[in-house]
Design a protein around this ligand. Structure first.
Ligand code: ADP
Length: 260
């Protein structure tokens, strides 16, 4: 289905040139397709909350909402949908910045366990609310070179998912260890609903959700893991997943250790 492709008739220089041209033309087409798809996704993601906001506000304006209680309920729904759009736009801008040309990081040596502990502390109330128990096993000697705010964002996004996709009373385990003299691994493991094996390769693609309807309702933007992947990539690391349906999910972040 590519637009510009030249038939290759000879095996000489002209033939090779045609071949090279075809490869380039295909990659331009593919980039074009990706952009279109992305734009379609963004529009779709924004349209749903927008139509709620419009519908609920019209109901109020047209006097269809009779009681004060109902009015408050509608205003709350409008606020929820507006917040969803705000999150979506924030994540989109963030991703654009992280994927842009200028290096968006301010890297300094960080005591990794400290960053993790500081971030986890902010989650007490959410863990309490769902009666989740959090255990940690953090090597305190690991130093990485990173942007503290961005590393915190990674932990935040992963923990957010672990909490969101784990039912009440579940467990979350966070482990930091050195895997070889130059690398470390952060693992965040939950006892949640898990992810089917065939879906694992798609994790981290923008707007990919395992369970479209359900997870959108649960409030995620579908960009959390894409942001995680990009931040870790910019730190010279990798992200991988392992999961079993009904048993839980583990996310592994591999990063280089800082050396003077
Ligand atoms: P979202 O904002 O929808 O959570 P993410 O990019 O963070 O977007 O995650 C993409 C999808 O991966 C989620 O919609 C969910 O289906 C799945 N997922 C991510 N983390 C977990 C987890 N810990 N347990 C189960 N499913 C998960």
């Amino acid at each position: 289905d590519y637009k510009a492709q030249i038939p290759i008739r000879t095996d000489d220089e002209v033939g090779r040139l045609a071949k090279a041209f075809n490869v380039m033309a295909r990659s331009i087409d593919e980039e074009d397709m990706r952009k279109r798809e992305f734009l379609a996704n963004v529009s779709h993601e924004l349209r749903t909350p927008l139509s709620y906001v419009k519908g609920y506000s019209e109901a109020i304006l047209e006097g269809m909402v009779k009681t004060k209680d109902d009015e408050e309920k509608y205003v709350r729904l409008i606020h929820r949908e507006a917040s969803r759009m705000e999150r979506l736009v924030r994540d989109l801008l963030d991703l654009a910045q992280l994927e842009g040309k200028s290096v968006p990081l301010r890297k300094v040596p960080l005591v990794f366990s400290q960053v993790i502990e500081d971030t986890l502390a902010k989650y007490e109330p959410f863990l309490c609310e769902k009666q989740l128990s959090l255990t940690t096993d953090l090597n305190p000697d690991i130093i990485i070179e990173g942007d503290g705010d961005r590393i915190e964002q990674v932990i935040h996004n992963l923990l957010d998912n672990a909490i969101r996709y784990t039912p009440n009373g579940g467990t979350i385990h966070v482990q930091l260890e050195q895997t070889d003299p130059r690398h470390c691994q952060l693992m965040i493991r939950d006892s949640g609903k898990g992810i089917p094996k065939e879906k694992l390769p798609f994790l981290g693609q923008r707007f990919f959700r395992v369970d479209e309807a359900r997870t959108r309702k649960e409030g995620g933007t579908g960009l959390g893991l894409a942001i995680v992947k990009q931040i870790i990539y910019l730190h010279g690391g990798t992200v991988s997943f392992s999961s079993e349906e009904g048993k839980g999910t583990a996310v592994f972040i591999h990063l280089p250790i800082w050396t003077e």
